[in-house]
Design a protein around this ligand. Structure first.
Ligand SMILES: Cc1ncc(COP(=O)(O)O)c(CNc2cccc(C(=O)O)c2)c1O
Length: 286
């Protein structure tokens, strides 16, 4: 926390922190595999882009921040880790004006990874689309990974109420945007499609990695808008995210996708990703 290491039980922020009061801040969710931080540069770059976009100053260079992330994993003696990196506007008085905050808060948490049950990956998951739309880019750009996650949480609540583990948001024009915490791919006739980021979605790092891996395997990958209809009639559907990695979707709004089990391309890319994620990364212990 702001350069000092605190035990979990002593790690507190002020009730006047504008990250807490107004969601005024940005964050990243990063994973370490076998003692190596995966896609650290990409996550740090996205964090600093998000901060710049809301005129939030991060009081460390990217190199210092990268070192602090690795230090935090090391001090927690973790090999496989989930890292939450948060930068808020910091402590100010009760007005929302950012000028009231003199120093941003920087918090780095390294914890055990909590994964979806293995069964979700083997059998695939059932999801729904929900009425809650993705934030429109000219209100709050979904490319900014900000602490404002209520749009996503409302979608998660709708998924919970429907008894499913994830839900898809459309954008204001009715095109599929993304899940509450993951990006979406559909496969049709061996071609992969994913919404372009201008649709109103986070530019996922897992999404970008899967696009590269798929192309290296010879698949055509197209970034183009698609509708719920395209999802329903797809041969395969899968979601990507730092936590989920690659997870097959076998039912959407009651429509069975393909044969009702995770498809060939989904399984191939999940395996490819798992191997790649364990080879790559910034070593923490060397
Ligand atoms: C809205 C949204 N869209 C897509 C993604 C996937 O992006 P990455 O491939 O860069 O992770 C995210 C990221 N979502 C995310 C990241 C880390 C943890 C968790 C969690 O559910 O605990 C969720 C996200 O929050």
């Amino acid at each position: 926390m702001n350069g000092e290491y605190k035990r979990k039980e002593e790690a507190f922020i002020s009730v006047f922190d504008h990250g807490f009061l107004y969601g005024d801040g940005v964050f990243e969710g990063i994973r370490a595999y076998d003692g190596k931080v995966f896609k650290l540069k990409e996550h740090i770059d996205r964090l600093y882009d998000s901060a710049k976009s809301i005129l939030l100053t991060i009081p460390y260079s990217k190199e210092e921040m990268s070192r602090l992330v690795c230090d935090t994993v090391r001090r927690n003696r973790l090999q496989d880790a989930y890292i939450r990196l948060v930068v808020s506007r910091g402590v100010g008085d009760l007005g929302l004006d950012p000028k009231k905050c003199s120093q941003s808060s920087v918090i780095i948490i390294a914890d055990q990874v909590r994964l979806f049950p293995n069964e979700f990956y083997e059998k695939g998951i059932s999801i729904i689309t929900v009425p809650t739309r993705r934030n429109i880019p000219d209100a709050l750009d979904p490319k900014i990974k900000s602490l404002n996650y209520l749009n996503n949480i409302l979608v998660k609540i709708e998924a919970n109420l429907a008894g499913v583990s994830e839900a898809l948001m459309l954008n204001s024009e009715g095109y599929v945007a993304e899940g509450s915490g993951d990006n979406i791919f559909i496969v049709k006739n061996n071609v992969l499609y994913t919404p372009p980021s201008y649709i109103g979605a986070l530019e996922g790092i897992t999404r970008a990695t899967i696009m590269d891996l798929a192309r290296q395997k010879g698949y055509e990958v197209k970034e183009q808008p698609f509708t719920r209809h395209d999802v329903y009639v797809a041969d395969e559907v899968f979601l990507t995210g730092t936590a989920a990695e690659v997870i097959g979707v076998v039912k959407v709004d009651g429509r069975t996708i393909g044969d009702g089990v995770p498809g060939k391309v989904t399984k191939e890319l999940k395996e490819e990703f798992a191997q790649y994620a364990r080879q790559e990364g910034v070593p923490v212990y060397e």
